[in-house]
Design a binder for this molecule. Structure first.
Ligand SMILES: [Fe+2]
Ligand SMILES: [Fe+2]
Length: 289
């Protein structure tokens, strides 16, 4: 699948950023914390793929890499705008983003290119399985302003669309040998732990800055959404996460391309008006179940 770069604008209103989740402030800050890691994280993914792009011989994969870079650049731009709103409502988003930037700068300076790429493919798998969970269960972004919901759904759809690009670059460039398998699986363990710690750190910083986030209802709801034994996010992600450790794993072994049927409708709505914002806000997005 060749992804498509889509230059969409969401024009989020200021009120979209704070306390939007119906399950409370703790979950709001968790999801906002993920957004804080995205612009720099996505620049890191672009950096790792650029390193290999010119050595790729398959023209289709080259094309897919260019589209991947275009998509991640657009995600970064829109999440940077989202994050700027968090600063505007008085949250320490700028400081947190600066810390995230230092972290990725260190990874670029210290790790060899293959290890950097292994982090990218691990994070891409993690992002793709979270994206599917979000698209199949709209309750995860319930209460969001329709423009904010549209931003998350667009990002989730494109993450699914390009989920195999970095992986294919890894297999082409680093290989499918035992050491290549060991590197990608070790990176999945460290990247998952590192990403969760980073998001929880960002969330904690936001909650400390925002006293209302300590409400007990918010904490309980957050733990339920994450850890409920029947429908919690951790339980839903565990199976797809483990798939990555199969030696023959490929991201499209799990074909969820049908989710992308929503894309055309979303883009039409966003492009259908000179003011994308009002177009997106006009109708809440259809849930894909
Ligand atoms: Fe992205
Ligand atoms: Fe991605």
């Amino acid at each position: 699948m060749i992804p498509t770069r889509r230059d969409l604008k969401f024009h989020l209103p200021l009120e979209a950023a704070s306390h939007w989740h119906h399950e409370g402030a703790v979950l709001t800050h968790f999801i906002n914390a993920m957004s804080l890691t995205f612009p720099e994280g996505e620049r890191f993914f672009i950096h790792t793929l650029r390193h290999y792009r010119d050595r790729i011989e398959d023209p289709l994969l080259q094309e897919a890499v260019t589209a991947f870079i275009g998509q991640e650049a657009m995600h970064g731009r829109e999440h940077a705008e989202y994050n700027a709103l968090l600063s505007q409502v008085g949250l320490p988003a700028e400081e947190i983003e600066a810390e995230v930037t230092s972290f990725f700068k260190a990874l670029k300076a210290w790790l060899p290119p293959a290890a950097q790429l292994s982090i990218t493919i691990a994070q891409e798998h993690f992002t793709a399985i979270v994206a599917e969970a979000l698209l199949r269960d709209p309750a995860l972004i319930a209460g969001a302003d329709p423009r904010l919901a549209a931003l998350w759904r667009w990002h989730a759809l494109e993450e699914i669309e390009h989920k195999a690009v970095a992986f294919d670059v890894y297999e082409t460039s680093v290989g499918r040998s035992l050491p290549a398998y060991a590197l990608r699986t070790t990176s999945m363990l460290t990247t998952t732990a590192g990403f969760l710690l980073m998001v929880l750190w960002c969330q904690g910083r936001m909650m400390i800055a925002d006293q209302r986030a300590g409400a007990r209802k918010g904490v309980r709801s957050f733990l339920k959404v994450m850890l409920s034994p029947r429908s919690g996010l951790v339980r839903r992600l565990a199976g797809p996460w483990l798939e990555y450790f199969k030696p023959e794993f490929h991201p499209w072994d799990h074909d969820n391309g049908e989710l992308l049927e929503e894309m055309e409708r979303l883009v039409e709505r966003l492009n259908g008006s000179p003011d994308n914002a009002s177009a997106a806000a006009a109708e809440p997005l259809r849930a894909v179940a």
